[in-house]
Design a protein around this ligand. Sequence first.
Ligand SMILES: [Mn+2]
Length: 378
Amino acid sequence: MGRIKFLHFSDLHLGRPLSFIKKGNSFSFYSKFFDELVELIQREGISFLVLAGDIFNSNYIEYRYRLLFKKFLKSINNCNVYYVAGNHDEYSEKFLSFLSSEKNFKVFEKNKISHYTDNGINIYGISFDFKKLGENPFSTLSEDYFLSPAICVLHCNLTDVVSDEHENYYPISIDRLTNFKANCYFALGHIHKYFLKSIDNKVVSYPGSPIPVRSNEVGERYVNIVEYDNGRFSVVKYPVGFRIEELEVKLEHSYSFSDIESILIELESNNSYYIVKFCGEIDAGVYEDLLISKMDLIDNISNIVDINMDNLIVKMDFERFSSPFLNIMKDEFAHLNLEINPKLLKFIRKYGIDIDFERAKKNGFDILSSRIFRDDIK
Ligand SMILES: [Mn+2]
């Protein structure tokens, strides 16, 4: 048996509406991911795939997503795909029946650990089961259970990896997993952040979500390309193309709206998706234009996911004109007592939203006066 490569990914959450993508074009993100994956599988000479659960967001995903996955299986029909269900795509024969005609799709059931053999390697796995969620099925196996190097596919929580966002399902420790005598690759799913630990020819890894399915899943996303050679596993953490980056863009008071448009348009030539966080100073009139055009900019610049204007300091250029009315307004605003609706205040505290009321008041004044005196300036 020669050197082979296989691909491990998990937590794709196919069918999930990616709510932070304002355009609502989640489907195209998933579709592009599969295009990229097919290309990668062919280029790298991948022999088979292991999918460690939460591949589907639920058993009720839209039809077009089911079709997308089925087309993916057909496009790699010389490659077997070994799948365990997670807590989102809970094991269901009824749901999976749409894939029953796909000969390269191999499912691990939830009742007991079973195995397949591919290219001479044994692949073990068991689907997640809500009825036994507190007990990892691998924890009761003897340390010499595997007679030869093995791949183990499992949707579970490593007790060594702390995550507030993921339930403690099928808990097991790294020590327990690395206690097996045979060399093993533990292809895990559930935690959305990349994790890799290699101890004594035992590899434990979460590739994480290959598409950011929550807005806090920023930064590079990965799948694992695992090389198996001479009884050993070695991993290449392979970046895939849909990372979201938080990008701080500092503005200056002298910038026109057209300058800001240019900054945003230039981002389109990059490969990342961006949450643009504006900071610095902005002219009150330009701020207003930006506020009005914000949704159009998000909709029409393909890789801008969101625009955040919370940290901008809005400035009105009072030197350029004078008006008795402006002075009265200024005075009125200085004495204005901002009262927050108690319900709103409760909400703000509950979610720990950081609002600088003094700045909000100042911005409000500058925007209002710019609206009134704009024509005067011109
Ligand atoms: Mn999960």
